[in-house]
Design a protein around this ligand. Structure first.
Ligand code: HT7
Ligand code: ZN
Length: 859
C-alpha cells in the first residue's frame, strides 16, 4: 500500500483559481461538467503535465481551451493531461450514479435527495481535480433537475439566478465569492423544508439562516437554530470572528458517515445533530446538537477562511475548532461539568489510542488512508494541546495570538507550525520545546512525590512519555500543571499556582506551610497527562469534599474509586482493606449527596463511576471480565449501602417538572444515577421505580433512562418496555437507533443473543451508518459482552467489519481499534482477538481503510 509522508510535501504544480461546475441531476445518473481555469504555480516545481485526481470515475470528454483532446491518459485513478502553456481552460465531463454510492463519499443519494461529502477526498469521486486542500478556487455551480424530485437546489455561497427548464425541470446558479479547497464544496438537491431565521452580525449585516429538513421534521429544528444563533454571537464576542456571507444553510441528512460537515455556507449534518424535541431527544442529545452546530459554524474561520496546507495539518483546524466548541459549550452551560465531560471523552477515547497500535501524534507523520486519522487524538488531544497554550498565556494573550493567526493567514492554507508561530508571537510565549506536543505520540506519565520539612514543601515530579509505534524514545515535554496546597485544618489554600514541568525530573519548593498540606494537582486538567501520586486515602476524601476546583474534586473522587478497583482486580485487596475503602467511598458519596453548595448537574457528575475502558488503561495487561465484575460489585454495594439515600434522592428529583433549565436537567441526571445504583444493589426496587418512571415519562431522558435499567434486568417488564418503546417510535429513525443501542449496550447476560437477533430485525440495515453504529458500536463498547470468554463478541465485530467493508469502508474501519487492543488484554482473549484480525486480513480485497487499520493492529 502507498504511504503518504508529511516530509514529502510539495507545493502544487498547477493552481485552479476558478472552477465552474454544471450538474444535470438524477438519482441514478448525474452528469457533471467541470470547467477549470488552471495556472502553472510559480512556487511549484512540477512539469508540463497536469495531474487531476479521480476515484472510480472515467472522463467522458476532455477539452483544453475549447478543443477536444485525446492525449490525456489515466494513471491509476488519476487523469494526466499534458499542457503546453502556463494557463489554460480545461473542461472535463464525467458521470456518476449517486444511488449506487454506498460509501457516502462524493455525490450520493439519501432518501430521495442528493447530497455531497467531499472531506477529505470525496471531490475526486465527482470530477477530476487536484484534490488537495492547498488548491483554493472560487466556485460557480449551475445545477438542473426534475423540479418535483428536487424542488430545493443548494450549493455554497449565494444563489444568483434560478429558473424553469423544459419538461418539468428547473435550475439554479450559485456563486461562492470566497476561494476554497474542493473538500469544502457541497451540493444538495431534494424535497426539503426550511426553518428560516435571521442573524444580525456585529457590523450590522443581516444573514439569512435556514435549517433544511425533510417535511414533518421542521418542528424539531428550533434547538439547532437557537444553537446556531448563539454560536454566531459567541464567535464574535469570544474570538472577534464575524460571519462573511449573507446566507447560511444547514441541511440534515440521515445517511452520513460522521457528525456533520462544515462546507462553506452550506453545512451538511447528520440528522442526529439537528433534530430534537423533548419527547425524542435526551438532554445529552440537546447538548451534543449545541456542540456540533457550534463546531461546524466555528470552522467558518478555523478551517474555511484559514484552511490546512495538507491533511497532516488536520489538527490545525480540528483541534482548534474542538477547543472553540468546548469553550462555547462551557459558556452556554456549566463550565465545570463541561470540563469533566471533555476529560471523560479524552480518557475513554483518546488514551486508548495513545497506548495502542494505532497511536499517532496530533500531527501524524504518515498515513495510508486519511479517513483513518479523524481520531480522538487529532481532535480531542489536539484541543488539549491548544488549551495548554491558552493556560500558559492566559485568555487575553491567547486571544492576541489567535487574532494574529487569523489576520496573518486569512485566505491561506496554513500549517500547525504557522499556528504555533502566531501564538508564540501574539501571546508572547516561548513554544520552542512545546512543539514536541505536535510530534510525539503517547500520554505522558507524571509521577509525583511530596515531602515536608520546617515550613517547606518539596514536590518532586518526573515525566516519561511511553514508546509508541515508530517512536521508541521520547523527549520531555513542557507540562503546565495548575496546583494548590490546602491546609487540612482550615480547608483553605493560598491561591492556585501554575508550574511548568519541562524536564525528565524536577523539584519544586513551596514555602510557608507549617503543616504538611494536601496537594491538589493538575487542577482543571491543565495538562493531558496521567498522574501517579501515592497518597493517603484521607487526602482524597478531603479533596473530594473540599477542593474548590470542581474538576479536582471530581478527580479526587475518581482516584479514590480507581485505586480501590485496581487493587480489587489485581487481587491485592484484603477483606479489611476492602471494607475500609468502601467506607471511604461511601463517605465521599454521602458528602456529595448532602453538599448543598453543589448543583444537581455537578452532583450527578461526581456520582459517575470511572468507565471500564479507563480502568483497563491502568493495567499493562487487563482482564476486562475482572474489571467489570469488580466495578459492578462496588456499584451494587453502594446501591445497598446508600439505598435509603438513593430512594429519597429519586423521589426528590422525580418531583421536578420537565424543563430545559439547569435545575431540571440536573434532576434528570440524578434520577438516572440513582436508578443505576439501585438497579445494581436493589434490583426489585429499581425495577418498580423504572416502570413507574417509564409510564410517567414526558421526555426522552427519563424514558430512555428507565428502559436502560429495565433492559439490563430480567423479566417480562423488560420485554414489555422494549416493545412499547419500539412501537411508540417506530417511524423515528433516531429513536430506533436508541432502541438498538440500549439492548446492545445493556448489562443483560444474553446481550450477544440479543444482538444476533437485532441484526436480523427488519429495522436493521447495513446501509445506514447511524444504525450500524447504534447496534455494533454499543456492542464493541460493552466490555462484558464484547469480551465474552467464548470470543463470540470478537467474532461478531469481525464479521461486521468483513461484511460492511465493501459497503462503507470508512465506517467499517472505525470498528477495527476495538479488536486492535489485543496486546493490552489477558493472553487467552488476546489470542482470540488477534485471530479475528487475521481472519479480516485474509479477506481478498480489503479497502485501504480497513487494511491500514488491521495491518497496523497486527504488527
Ligand atoms: N470536518 C468534518 C470531517 C468529516 C469527515 C471526514 C471524513 C469522512 C466524512 C466526514 N464527514 C465530516 C467534520 C468536522 O470535524 O467538523
Ligand atoms: Zn471539525
Amino acid at each position: 500500500p502507498q504511504v503518504i509522508r508529511r516530509e514529502d510535501y510539495q507545493a502544487p504544480a498547477w493552481l485552479v483559481p476558478d472552477i465552474a461546475l454544471e450538474f444535470a441531476l438524477g438519482l441514478e445518473l448525474t452528469h457533471v461538467t467541470a470547467r477549470l481555469s488552471v495556472r502553472r504555480n510559480a512556487e511549484g516545481n512540477g512539469g508540463a503535465t497536469l495531474r487531476l485526481n479521480g476515484d472510480q470515475i472515467t472522463p467522458l470528454a476532455v477539452r483544453v481551451d475549447g478543443a477536444a483532446v485525446n492525449d490525456w491518459r489515466l494513471d491509476g485513478p488519476d487523469l494526466l493531461l499534458p499542457l503546453t502553456g502556463d494557463a489554460h481552460e480545461v473542461e472535463i465531463e464525467t458521470q456518476v450514479n449517486p444511488a449506487a454510492n454506498s460509501q457516502l463519499m462524493g455525490l450520493y443519494a439519501s432518501h430521495g435527495m442528493l447530497c455531497t461529502q467531499c472531506e477529505a477526498e470525496g471531490f475526486r469521486r465527482i470530477t477530476f481535480f487536484p484534490d488537495r486542500p492547498d488548491v483554493l478556487s472560487t466556485y460557480r455551480v449551475r445545477m438542473s433537475g426534475d423540479k418535483a424530485t428536487f424542488p430545493v437546489l443548494l450549493s455554497n455561497g449565494n444563489c444568483e439566478a434560478q429558473g424553469e427548464g423544459a419538461d418539468g425541470t428547473h435550475w439554479a446558479e450559485w456563486h461562492d465569492p470566497w476561494p476554497k479547497p474542493c473538500y469544502l464544496f457541497a451540493l444538495v438537491a431534494g424535497d426539503l423544508v426550511a426553518n428560516h431565521d435571521t442573524f444580525t452580525t456585529m457590523s450590522g449585516r443581516k444573514v439569512d439562516l435556514n435549517i433544511w429538513v425533510r417535511k414533518g421534521d421542521e418542528a424539531r429544528t428550533s434547538h439547532a437554530m437557537d444553537s446556531l444563533k448563539a454560536s454566531m454571537k459567541w464567535d464574535e464576542e469570544a474570538f472577534g470572528r464575524e460571519y462573511d456571507l449573507d446566507l447560511f444553510n444547514i441541511v440534515a441528512v440521515s445517511d452520513f458517515n460522521m457528525g456533520a460537515m462544515e462546507n462553506k455556507g452550506l453545512n451538511v449534518f447528520n440528522t442526529r445533530y439537528v433534530l430534537a424535541d423533548p419527547e425524542t431527544a435526551t438532554d445529552a442529545d440537546y447538548d451534543a446538537i449545541e456542540g456540533v452546530i457550534g463546531h461546524e459554524y466555528f470552522h467558518n474561520w478555523s478551517g474555511n477562511r484559514v484552511t490546512c496546507r495538507d491533511w497532516f495539518q488536520l489538527s490545525l483546524k480540528e483541534g482548534f475548532t474542538v477547543l472553540r466548541d468546548q469553550l462555547f459549550s462551557a459558556d452556554m452551560g456549566s463550565p465545570a461539568v463541561k470540563r469533566i465531560e471533555d476529560v471523560r471523552v479524552l480518557r475513554s477515547a483518546q488514551y486508548p489510542e495513545d497506548s495502542g497500535p494505532l497511536a499517532h501524534p496530533i500531527r501524524p507523520d504518515s498515513y495510508q488512508e486519511i479517513s483513518n486519522f479523524y481520531t480522538a487524538t487529532v481532535y480531542n488531544k489536539g484541543a488539549e494541546v491548544i488549551r495548554m497554550m491558552r493556560t500558559m498565556a492566559g485568555p487575553e494573550r491567547f486571544r492576541a495570538g489567535t487574532d494574529l493567526y487569523f489576520d496573518r493567514h486569512d485566505g491561506e492554507a496554513a500549517t500547525c507550525e504557522d499556528f504555533v508561530n502566531a501564538i508564540e508571537e501574539g501571546a508572547g510565549l516561548d513554544l520552542a520545546q512545546f512543539r514536541l506536543w505536535y510530534a510525539q505520540a503517547g500520554t505522558p506519565q507524571v509521577s509525583a512525590s511530596a515531602g515536608h520539612a520546617g515550613d517547606s514543601v518539596t514536590l518532586k515530579l518526573t515525566q516519561t512519555v511511553p514508546a509508541t509505534p515508530g517512536q521508541p524514545a521520547k523527549q520531555p515535554m513542557p507540562i503546565p500543571l495548575k496546583l494548590a496546597l490546602f491546609d487540612r485544618e482550615t480547608g483553605q489554600h493560598n491561591g492556585e499556582e501554575l508550574i511548568i514541568l519541562d524536564k525528565a525530573e524536577q523539584t519544586f519548593t513551596f514555602k510557608g506551610y507549617l503543616r504538611p498540606p494536601v496537594l491538589s494537582i493538575n487542577r482543571g486538567f491543565s495538562a493531558p497527562v496521567a498522574i501517579d501520586f501515592e497518597r493517603p486515602v484521607e487526602d482524597l476524601v478531603f479533596l473530594a469534599a473540599n477542593d474548590d476546583d470542581p474538576f479536582a474534586r471530581y478527580e479526587a473522587m475518581q482516584s479514590l474509586i480507581v485505586r480501590h478497583l485496581i487493587a480489587g482486580v489485581g487481587g491485592s485487596l484484603g477483606e479489611r482493606q476492602r471494607q475500609a475503602d468502601r467506607a471511604a467511598i461511601a463517605q465521599a458519596f454521602e458528602a456529595v449527596l448532602a453538599d448543598e453548595s453543589l448543583d444537581d448537574l455537578m452532583r450527578g457528575e461526581l456520582m459517575i463511576l470511572p468507565a471500564e475502558g479507563y480502568l483497563a488503561e491502568q493495567f499493562l495487561v487487563a482482564d476486562p471480565t475482572a474489571i467489570h465484575a469488580e466495578r459492578e460489585a462496588l456499584k451494587a454495594w453502594l446501591g445497598r449501602e446508600l439505598k435509603d439515600r438513593l430512594t429519597q434522592l429519586h423521589d426528590r428529583v422525580s418531583a421536578v417538572p420537565y424543563s430545559r433549565d439547569a435545575a431540571a436537567r440536573g434532576a434528570r441526571k440524578l434520577k438516572m444515577q440513582a436508578l443505576i445504583y439501585l438497579a445494581a444493589g436493589a434490583p426489585e426496587d429499581a425495577k418498580r421505580r423504572a416502570i413507574a418512571q417509564y409510564r410517567q415519562a414526558d421526555n426522552m431522558t427519563d424514558r430512555q433512562g428507565a428502559v436502560m435499567v429495565l433492559a439490563g434486568l430480567d423479566g417480562p417488564e423488560r420485554r414489555e418496555a422494549l416493545a412499547d418503546f419500539h412501537d411508540r417510535y417506530s417511524g423515528n429513525a433516531l429513536v430506533l437507533d436508541k432502541w438498538f443501542s440500549l439492548q446492545a449496550g445493556s448489562l443483560h447476560p444474553d446481550v450477544l443473543d440479543h444482538v444476533r437477533a437485532l441484526a436480523e430485525h427488519s429495522d436493521f440495515t447495513m446501509s445506514n451508518p447511524n444504525r450500524v453504529r447504534a447496534l455494533y458500536m454499543a456492542l464493541a463498547m460493552n466490555a462484558q459482552a464484547f469480551h465474552a470468554a467464548s470470543g463470540e463478541g470478537y467474532r461478531m465485530i469481525g464479521d461486521l467489519i468483513r461484511k460492511l467493508d465493501p459497503i462503507n469502508p470508512q465506517t467499517a474501519a472505525r470498528f477495527v481499534p476495538s479488536l486492535g487492543r489485543w496486546r493490552r488484554i489477558e493472553p487467552r482473549r488476546a489470542a482470540l482477538m488477534r485471530a479475528e484480525l487475521e481472519r479480516i486480513a485474509a479477506e481478498p480485497s480489503l479497502s485501504r481503510d480497513v487494511l491500514e487499520q488491521v495491518t497496523k493492529s497486527l504488527d
